[in-house]
Design a binder for this molecule. Structure first.
Ligand code: ADP
Ligand code: F6P
Length: 324
C-alpha cells in the first residue's frame, strides 16, 4: 500500500525540540507528496477526533520554540484494547495511513499497539529524562541539561556569597542522567542519583567536613528526583545540623522542561523527523528512530523497549574524584 496521508502527535511530558521534530515530519512528508495531519494532545486527539490539517506554513516559526504546537497529554486509557480500536477507526475516518509518535516509552507502547491493529507507527524519542534505553540522546535532554546548568550557576552565586550549602533537586523521573551530567557541569560536591545507593552521613556529611578542612566554605549538592526516601528540605535541615553550614533547598521543577531548544536538540529532532517519514514512505512501521553512537538508526519497538541502558560508572567515579 502506498502511504498518502500520515499523522503526527506528541505525547507524554513535553520536551524542547518536539516542535523541530514536528516541523521536520511535516516538511519531509509534503516534499515526498504525502499529506500530513496533526493529532492534538497525543493519543487523546486520536480518540476525540481532534485532528487538524497541516501544511508547509503550519510549521513556520516553531523550530526555536519550546513546548509543542500539537500540545501533549497523558491518556492512560490508551492502554485498553477497545480504546485503541476506537483510535484505529478514527485513523480510517481521517485517512491516516501511518503516524509518527513523539514521546517516551509509554508513547512507544501506544505506537506498537496501533501498528499491530493495522496503523503503522514510528516512534521518535522526546523526553528531557534521557531514559530511553535504545537511544543515547533523546530530544530535549541537551536543552534541559543546559537549563539546569544555568539555573544552578545562578544558585551557586548566592550560595557562595552566603557561605551556604544548596541542595538542588532536578528532574529525570527514575533516571539520573540529567542529575549526573548537570552535576558534573556545575561542579557539585555530591550528586545523588537513583541508580546508586547512598549513606547520607558517609557520602555527604563526611565529604563536606573533609573539604571544609581544605578551606571550602560553600557547597552545591545535586539530587535527582528519583532518589528514594529523600526530601530535599529535610536534607537541608539535616546537613545544617550536622555541619553547621547554613543550607537551603531548591526544587527546580518544570522550568527544566521549557525554553528554546539547543542546537543539538534542533538538529537531532530534524534528523529524526526526516528519517521517520522515510520509513513510513517505505511502508515500514513498528520502529523507533534513535541516535546510537552518533548515527541515526531504527529498531523494532519491542526490541527497543527491552534494551537496557545504564549510568556510566566511570563518569560517576570521575564526578566524585574531581569535586572534592
Ligand atoms: P512517555 O511517553 O513520556 O513515557 P507516558 O508514560 O505518560 O509518557 O506515556 C504517554 C502516553 O502513552 C500515555 O499517556 C498513554 O496514552 C500511552 N501509553 C502508555 N503506556 C501504554 C501502553 N502500555 N499501551 C498503550 N499506550 C500506552
Ligand atoms: O518525563 C518528563 C518529566 O518532566 C519528568 O522528569 C518528571 O518526573 C515528570 O515528567 C513530571 O511530570 P508532570 O509534568 O506530569 O508533573
Amino acid at each position: 500500500m502506498s502511504i498518502k496521508t500520515i499523522g503526527v502527535l506528541t505525547s507524554g511530558g513535553d520536551s524542547p525540540g518536539m516542535n523541530a521534530a514536528v516541523r521536520a515530519v511535516v516538511r519531509t512528508a509534503i516534499e515526498k507528496g504525502i499529506a500530513v495531519k496533526g493529532v492534538m494532545r497525543g493519543y487523546t486527539g486520536l480518540i476525540e477526533n481532534d485532528i487538524v490539517d497541516l501544511n508547509l506554513r503550519s510549521v513556520s516559526d516553531i523550530i526555536h520554540r519550546g513546548g509543542t504546537m500539537l500540545y501533549s497529554a497523558r491518556c492512560p486509557e490508551f492502554s485498553e484494547s477497545d480504546v485503541q480500536d476506537k483510535a484505529v477507526e478514527v485513523c480510517k475516518e481521517f485517512g491516516l495511513d501511518g503516524i509518527v509518535t513523539i514521546g517516551g516509552d509509554g508513547t512507544f507502547k501506544g505506537a506498537r499497539a496501533l501498528t499491530l491493529k493495522g496503523v503503522p507507527c514510528i516512534g521518535i524519542p522526546g523526553t528531557i529524562d534521557n531514559d530511553i534505553s535504545s537511544c543515547d540522546y533523546t530530544i530535549g535532554y541537551d536543552t534541559a541539561l543546559n537549563t539546569v546548568m544555568d539555573m544552578v550557576d545562578r544558585i551557586r552565586d548566592t550560595t557562595e556569597s552566603h557561605d551556604r550549602c544548596s541542595i538542588v533537586e532536578v528532574m529525570g523521573r527514575n533516571a539520573g542522567y540529567l542529575a549526573l551530567n548537570a552535576g558534573i557541569a556545575v561542579g557539585a560536591t555530591c550528586i545523588l542519583i537513583p541508580e546508586i545507593d547512598y549513606d547520607i552521613d558517609s557520602y555527604i556529611i563526611e565529604r563536606m567536613k573533609r573539604t571544609q578542612k581544605t578551606g571550602k566554605e560553600h557547597f552545591v549538592i545535586v539530587v535527582a528526583e528519583g532518589v528514594k526516601g529523600i526530601d530535599v528540605n529535610s536534607l537541608a535541615k539535616y546537613i545544617e545540623q550536622k555541619t553547621g553550614v547554613e543550607s537551603r533547598a531548591t526544587i527546580l521543577g518544570h522550568v527544566q522542561r521549557g525554553g528554546s531548544p539547543s542546537v543539538r536538540d534542533r538538529v537531532l529532532a530534524s534528523q529524526m523527523g526526516f528519517y521517520a517519514v522515510q520509513l513510513l514512505k517505505e511502508d515500514v512501521g513498528n520502529r523507533v528512530v534513535v541516535v546510537k553512537n552518533d548515527k541515526i538508526v531504527d529498531y523494532d519497538i519491542i526490541e527497543a523497549l527491552n534494551m537496557k541502558k545504564s549510568i556510566d560508572p566511570e563518569l560517576y567515579r570521575i564526578a566524585n574524584e574531581i569535586s572534592i
